[in-house]
Design a protein around this ligand. Structure first.
Ligand code: 3SL
Length: 270
């Protein structure tokens, strides 16, 4: 399969853990076996532990995490519920720790930050720990944390994530979706990731979900923002007044950060 126009304009990853020449005539399984799940609910949980898992929640948790790492946050602790998050960052600790997150897309009373990536400036987050809880994204990260390796992916860092995945044999792309429903912007990002991996992935082995993601990326990747604005979640965020966030989250490959889960926290891959 050809790469998406531009995955998008960047060369697909050409990593050769095994020299292609030496594989002539050998089994195609030597390439990366990659499965894409369109929602958290569909993921094959037992398969996580042997895989590198890429968690995608374009709107907006993954993008916010990438922005926080870009701005020098020391670590981000993903928490599924508001009560636990509040306990982990008491008012007396707020110099070093920030509480961030959303419910129904809106700020949580008493929290320092919501889930708008542009809020996570260096001035606010550099050197700090962020205790972070969102409706879907942090729940998915908690599930994916059981994986051999867990990477957070957004449109903004999709190329960097493709490079970080090079050489993996078993990978899972976990598109978070929204409360059990597919989010097309997550599939778009997953499709761009697959396209960016280029020859690493044996396209003959792609599942239907992965192929649909590739088709969305081929068709809509070149104008990601228009597509994302028209998605269910994009429209909802615009209605809530977060139009700037939708634009921010639609930019492809502007960050080189690769956030990974290490010891229960998200840190930058160095
Ligand atoms: O569900 C989530 O993790 C959030 O990213 C959703 S929202 O964009 O903040 O509405």
């Amino acid at each position: 399969m050809q790469s998406v126009a531009g995955a998008l304009d960047a060369p697909a990853v050409r990593h050769a853990p095994f020299e292609r020449e030496s594989l002539d005539g050998l089994d195609i399984d030597c390439w990366m076996n990659i499965r894409l799940y369109p929602t958290l609910e569909q993921v094959d949980r037992p398969a996580l532990q042997d895989s590198a898992v890429v968690v995608i929640d374009v709107l907006r948790a993954s993008t916010t995490i990438v922005a926080a790492i870009d701005s020098g946050a020391e670590k981000i602790i993903p928490i599924a519920d508001v009560e636990t998050a509040s306990r982990l960052a008491r008012p007396s600790e707020r110099d070093a720790k920030l509480l961030a997150g959303e419910r129904k897309g809106c700020p949580i009373p008493g929290f320092d930050l919501c889930n708008s990536p542009e809020e996570f400036t260096a001035e606010k987050v550099r050197g700090r720990t962020i205790v972070f809880t969102t409706t879907n994204g942090t729940r998915a990260i908690a599930v994916a944390a059981k994986a051999r390796r867990t990477i957070i992916c957004a449109m903004t860092n999709v190329r960097a994530v493709a490079s970080a995945l090079a050489g993996e044999r078993e990978a899972i792309v976990l598109c978070c979706g929204t409360e059990g429903s597919v989010s097309a912007e997550d599939l778009l990002c997953g499709g761009i990731l697959l396209a960016s991996l280029g020859d690493e992935v044996a396209s003959e082995t792609l599942t239907d979900s992965a192929r649909i993601a590739r088709i969305i990326a081929d068709r809509y990747g070149p104008d990601a923002e228009t597509f994302i604005r028209s998605c269910d979640h994009g429209r909802r965020l615009i209605e809530l007044g977060f139009e700037k966030d939708v634009a921010f989250c639609s930019r492809v490959g502007v960050s080189t950060s690769v956030p990974i889960v290490k010891g229960g926290a998200i840190v930058a891959l160095v």
